[in-house]
Design a protein around this ligand. Structure first.
Ligand SMILES: [Zn+2]
Length: 208
């Protein structure tokens, strides 16, 4: 669990444990006064809060990571139209700033950038634009069969779009709330750490 903690959190937990242990020792020997008891309680409280926050953060970040990888390319080599010899080689951005994966087909020794984004945020922008293009094409005369094909594919694309949008919105909101909470916790950690450090120095200077 300690691995989920950031450096400043880990430093504070170390200090908290020092004071918790000391509180417990004083309680055993019957020397615990009210101020020390309050300090021990505050330490316990903050430790619980820290771990809860770290756990929450790890869960949100893990979810975010899964979301970032949600798009699976069904990439095909533009030459041989096969997928079995493809090797992912990197990521490229296009003129809209959308990121797509690049591949090399080991059969044809050809490299190419897949024509769809590799992440759901760019995919939403891609789908919006693509649907618009298809709708425009419906205005013009189409070859036989093409009209039906486009008419059938638009609702499917819209369906993907409507499913993606709320998921991304929720995640973006979660990330914004997490950033805000992190700022709050960092401030609290900083203050409490300074307070405990001063208390520790006092102990060293004036031994009980
Ligand atoms: Zn190929």
């Amino acid at each position: 669990m300690d691995k989920a903690l950031k450096t400043n959190e880990r430093e504070l937990v170390k200090l908290i444990r020092f004071f918790s242990k000391r509180g417990a020792q004083l309680a055993t020997s019957g020397e615990l006064n009210e101020q020390q008891e309050q300090l021990a309680a505050a330490c316990r409280n903050l430790e619980t809060q820290l771990y809860k926050h770290a756990q929450n953060r790890a869960a949100i970040l893990e979810k975010r990571e899964r979301l970032e990888k949600i798009i699976e390319d069904r990439a095909q080599c533009p030459k041989c139209h096969k997928a079995d010899m493809l090797k992912k080689t990197g990521v490229a951005s296009n003129e809209h700033g959308w990121k797509s994966n690049t591949y090399r087909c080991r059969r044809c020794n050809t490299t190419f950038t897949w024509n769809r984004p590799n992440n759901p945020w760019d995919m939403v922008a891609f789908l919006e634009r693509y649907i618009q293009e298809l709708e425009q094409r419906l205005q013009a005369a189409q070859p036989v069969g093409m009209q039906e094909h486009i008419e059938a594919s638009i609702p499917q694309l819209q369906d993907s779009l409507y499913r993606l949008r709320p998921v991304l919105q929720t995640s973006d909101e979660e990330m914004a709330a997490l950033t805000e909470k992190e700022r709050e916790m960092d401030r609290l950690i900083h203050q409490f750490k300074n307070y405990l450090l001063i208390e520790k120095i006092k102990l060293d200077t004036f031994p009980d």
